[in-house]
Design a protein around this ligand. Structure first.
Ligand code: NAP
Length: 253
């Protein structure tokens, strides 16, 4: 593969799932990784896996929705492994319910983590990107942005991240910064295991049902998303800006 310039990346929600896979994949491209999640100790496995593969990483505990925590976390990464010029806004939660049963707290929490979290993280990192005249912002959207029963809060937040990405692309493009959204379909992680649990369905049946209706005949894996995130972070992806790329095994699922 053509080499890409080694840089510092922050991946939020990188203790597990898509975030952990993305952190590992970016590290394999030579980037030093700020592994950020709510609880610093939860980052240990991802950091250890990166270091064991010969990479550099630091684990940082922060709530992406907390302004002071975000500023401190970005400063800590900068001091430990360099100023971040790649940011993957991946931290996320679901609080699913039909609209008439959805509480205001669950609406607010989902908006706060996805939208406020991505805003705060991006605002905290963009000065480093502008200074470097290089930046890559990758926001995790979802196929749910197109509408999904029981996810009025989540689908709204994920559609919002698409608008956020496009606006960042317009504002920051002149500084060598790109902003894109990845919209995954069904990816096998703890998040969907919790969904299966809520629906009272055994996880293997839930996975089999999702695979059966997918045009590719399988569910997605975290590495499917990590591969695109790593590509979008590369030097050679510099003219891909403001796009929403669906990674779902088919056009809709
Ligand atoms: P996951 O396994 O639940 O991992 C999410 C991680 O984010 C967890 O480690 C979680 O920490 C962390 N997190 C949650 N709130 C946070 C906060 N306020 N600050 C910092 N970290 C926080 O989820 P995933 O399936 O890998 O999903 C990753 C992203 O992809 C999410 O944005 C999700 O919406 C999106 N996505 C997933 C799918 C899918 O099918 N899995 C599909 C489309 C899009 P805790 O464990 O402490 O809560």
């Amino acid at each position: 593969m053509i080499p890409t310039t080694p840089r510092t990346a922050i991946v939020t929600g990188a203790a597990r799932g898509i975030g952990a896979a993305t952190a590992l994949r970016l590290a394999a491209d030579g980037h030093a990784i700020g592994v950020l999640d709510l609880d610093e100790s939860a980052c240990a496995d991802t950091v250890a896996a990166i270091v064991a593969a010969g990479g550099r990483a630091v684990g940082v505990g922060a709530d992406v929705a907390n302004s002071e925590g975000v500023i401190a976390a970005v400063a800590r990464v900068t001091e430990a492994i360099g100023a971040p010029t790649i940011l993957v806004n991946n931290a996320g939660i679901t609080r699913d319910n039909l609209l008439h049963k959805m509480s205001e707290a669950d609406w607010d929490l989902v908006m706060t983590v996805h939208l406020r979290g991505s805003f705060l993280m991006t605002r905290a990192c963009q000065a480093h990107m502008v200074e470097a005249k290089f930046g890559r912002i990758i926001n995790l959207s979802s196929t749910s942005a197109q509408g999904n029963r029981g996810q009025a809060n989540y689908s709204t937040a994920k559609a919002g991240l698409q608008g956020f990405s496009k606006t960042l692309a317009v504002e920051l493009g002149r500084f060598g910064i790109t902003a894109n959204a990845i919209a995954p379909g069904f990816i096998q992680t703890e998040m969907v295991r919790q969904t299966a649990e809520r629906m009272g369905m055994p996880f293997d049946e839930f996975l089999a049902a999702a695979a059966a209706k997918n045009p590719s005949g399988r569910v997605g894996q975290p590495a499917d998303i990590a591969a695109l995130a790593a590509f979008l972070a590369r030097d050679e992806a510099g003219f891909i800006n403001g796009q929403v790329i669906y990674v779902a095994g088919g056009p809709r699922d």
